[in-house]
Design a protein around this ligand. Structure first.
Ligand code: C2O
Ligand code: CU
Ligand code: CU
Length: 475
């Protein structure tokens, strides 16, 4: 037995004895040893705006094996798009025609899903759009949604967790005229900073270790080394001004409770798929896997100081922020950001119920059945306002993601007042606490295809791969 396996087993056993069962975060230990006092400059993914060819913006991307320097002493084997870990940030504009061309240079099949993208099912890049080795698959569509921070990641049946864990994930920014007109920080990597937050296990040789036990499939695989944009112990130097962070919880199964080390308040300005109507003041931000939030923190009065952005649940830091210079470009976020149209519960003509359950590790279910690629579980009429009522029957947390849809959270546990202010923008992932239920208002618009399904699922990747997923068509 290798050292890490031993550590892992003993730690899990200890936690098991203490808590009996249920949620365990950070129960294992990586075997790698490294100097964790040393800060490294935060990697900023390359920003691609596309190359225009015949009126279409092309993004040419290569999915490949690579080596990444997480640690000074090791080269870590990864999967990456173009670079060495993660993927470039793609900037799309609402209304433009794009062709995102993925060439798979891995030795295995994968897929690339545009998470949060409102596109035809055949362009979704999910489980049915396999990309065999040495082939290219293109997601071609007209961008048709509000300004938002979305992302792309593999979605191969049974392999999503592993492929994401190896490093395949990138951001997709959608911009529109409305957001361009707002006085928001918008200089990429300077005052508008992408943050892909993850946790990972590393073995004694500094290699990424994806080896969930049955218990870890049940609880989710929670790594003990925290990473921002592929950087461990990251730091960033910023100006004394408002700084916007576009945050993706890119973890497989960890729910983060994000805060600044001095407990200061910040403003959330956007949810998964839209701006919030007005900024919402927070001191803590809960973000479950695949959720995004854009926040703005005001550092105008913090010249020459340092603070940390961290996960309060585990106490781990994601980012050290050094306020090193004055600014020539102050911004002042408006108090009104946008207006959202929303259907209400009373507009719904149908309720669909989804219950999340498990029949032991490795057998997760929705409405009593596990994901079956050959079965379309729901057929949804175009433009019909529906309530999707999702009930977590388990004593552990989950979340729920719907492809192609930007929904409204109408109720938690039967009450509209349980829906937090910062969840009132358009969403495509909703956190669902133990034994909780949510009512979502869903309306599928624009695209029909009676043969190619979209997916809905828990976005804890261990659960998704273990069957907590279903398929629907829009007809
Ligand atoms: Cu982030 Cu079904 O996907
Ligand atoms: Cu998705
Ligand atoms: Cu789950």
């Amino acid at each position: 037995m290798q050292r890490r396996d031993f550590l892992k087993l003993s730690a899990v056993t200890a936690t098991w004895l203490l808590t009996g069962c249920g949620m365990g975060g950070g129960t294992n230990s990586s075997a790698v040893s490294f100097d964790n006092t040393k800060n490294k400059k935060l990697m900023i993914p390359t920003l691609l705006e596309g190359e225009e060819r015949a009126g279409v913006k092309h993004f040419d991307l290569t999915i490949k094996e690579s080596l990444h320097k997480f640690f000074d002493a090791y080269e870590t084997k990864t999967y990456a798009v173009n670079g060495t870990y993660l993927a470039p940030t793609l900037k799309l504009n609402n209304g433009e025609d794009v062709s995102i061309n993925y060439t798979n240079k891995l030795n295995e099949t994968t897929t690339m899903h545009g998470h949060g993208m409102h596109v035809p099912a055949i362009m979704d890049g999910a489980a049915h759009q396999a990309i065999a080795p040495n082939t290219t698959w293109s997601a071609q569509y007209k961008v048709n949604q509000r300004a938002s921070t979305n992302w792309y990641h593999p979605h191969l049946m049974g392999k999503t967790a592993e492929h994401v864990y190896q490093g395949l994930a990138g951001l997709i920014y959608v911009e529109d005229d409305e957001i361009r007109a707002l006085d928001l920080p918008k200089t990429y990597g300077v005052d508008d900073i992408p943050l892909v937050l993850q946790d990972r296990f590393f073995d004694a040789n500094g290699q990424i270790d994806y080896s969930p036990s049955r218990r870890e499939i049940m609880r989710g695989y929670h790594g003990d080394i925290f990473i921002a944009n592929g950087t461990i112990n990251a730091y960033v130097d910023v100006q004394a001004k408002e700084i916007r962070f576009r945050i993706l919880n890119g973890a497989n199964s960890s729910v983060y409770n994000l805060q600044f080390s001095d407990g200061r308040s910040f403003k959330q300005i956007a949810t998964d798929n839209s701006l919030l109507e007005a900024p919402v003041s927070l001191t803590n931000l809960r973000l479950s896997p695949a959720e995004r939030a854009e926040i703005v923190v005001d550092l105008s009065n913090d010249l020459n100081s340092t603070l940390y952005f961290k996960d309060a649940t585990t106490g781990n830091d994601f980012l050290k922020i050094n306020v090193t210079s004055a600014t020539q470009n102050p911004t002042s976020i408006p108090s009104k950001l946008t207006t959202l149209t929303r259907d209400s519960l009373g507009d719904a003509v149908k309720t669909r119920k989804f219950s999340l359950s498990a029949n032991g590790p490795g057998d997760f279910r929705i409405n009593g059945v596990s994901m079956n690629m050959g079965v379309v579980n729901e057929r949804v009429p175009l433009n019909q306002v529906e309530v999707w009522e999702v009930t977590n029957t388990m004593g552990m947390v989950h979340n729920f993601h719907i492809h192609a849809s930007h929904f409204i959270i109408a109720e938690r546990n039967g009450l509209a007042s349980n829906v937090a202010e910062n969840e009132k923008g358009y969403k495509d992932v909703v956190f669902i606490g133990a034994n909780d239920s949510v009512k979502l208002i869903v309306k599928m618009t624009d695209y029909t295809d009676s043969t190619k399904p979209y997916m809905y699922h828990c976005h804890f990747l261990e659960h998704e791969d273990a069957g907590m997923m279903g398929q629907f068509t829009v007809e």
